[in-house]
Design a protein around this ligand. Sequence first.
Ligand code: FNR
Length: 380
Amino acid sequence: MSSAQRKDDHVRLAMEQQHAHHGRNQFDEVSFVHHALAGIDRPDVSLATAFAGLTWQAPLYINAMTGGSAKTGAINRDLAIAARETGVAIASGSMHAYFKDPSCADTFRVLRAQNPDGFVLANVNATASAENARRAVGLIGANALQIHLNTAQETPMPEGDRSFASWAAQIERIAAAVDVPVIVKEVGNGLSRQTVLALAGLGVAAADVSGRGGTDFARIENGRREHADYAYLHDWGQSTAACLLDAQDTGLPLLASGGVRTPLDVARALALGAAAVGSSGGFLRTLLDGGVPALVAKISAWLDQLAALQTMLGARTPAHLTRCDLLIHGDLRSFCADRGIDTRRLAQRSSPSPSSSSGSSSGSGSGSADVLHELTGSPR
Ligand code: FNR
């Protein structure tokens, strides 16, 4: 099967998943403690976020999807226009197709052509040569490079990779060879704490946990198999919320994607420590259903509502959301118990008691609105 055909299949199957999705995921097991006097004034709220030496005007991005065929080139054009119109960052889909067949270069280049001043990320897999990683960055004038990890996608893919042992060393080579920050991401199965710690030692600038709860690539690849005999791999991995909880305080900046459905999910992910939050399947569905105007309207509404939520929660910046008290429920709570994650600290971090403040990075104080406002934070 041609690479172009596979890219078109991914879009079709991802959209079937979007339409079949029941709507619930583990973000529903994260809630904010409501403090009725914590609110601040909207003009005092900023959406700007900083991580790994980068500053973005908003903590939202269109995450990696596509390119490599005529149809997906048109999708990239429209995504790039939406990114330009809303000022959010945008990632290319895997550029492997370009390495195999440079004649599809324009289906990726369009990301930069339509968005000359925006923040654009190139995307390769962990087997790309350092030279190809540099070519990918150069082709679209990328400001950063994503490297995707996708063992649970490759496994049910008939033509998939079966050799994963070299990936860590190759990530380190790529990170040393390119002159832009490298962000390693999953594709919807999540990064564990151990993986994030390993990445921190490989010279990468940030990790996008891209967890379970949205697009499911094991399911997509299984749907491309003649007998769909890998159905037991559906829903493999950890949810995005679980990943963020698991990877607290590793020292590596985190981004979040996977199953982000609403501005509240964005706020939840930021409160769990993400410096920025991405969406792929949901944004693509909006684009394909309603065109560029619909996607621009959706992203604009999300940014507006995120600012509104920060106003209500007393968070002057996205980073300040990491000082909001969070309650963890259900299966996610069990996950935390088994992984040794202290949910009580999360529930009390705006006003730590002496017993819960040891080792915590939270500020001290009475928990009054004033104190909430004065707390400062920076994304992990
Ligand atoms: C993806 N994703 C993806 N990721 C990547 O690093 N390289 C890629 O080429 C692709 N291709 C791709 C195609 C399509 C159609 C979709 C929907 C997604 C994965 C994506 O970046 C993200 O990690 C997951 O989709 C989880 O986020 P959502 O879709 O639940 O918001």
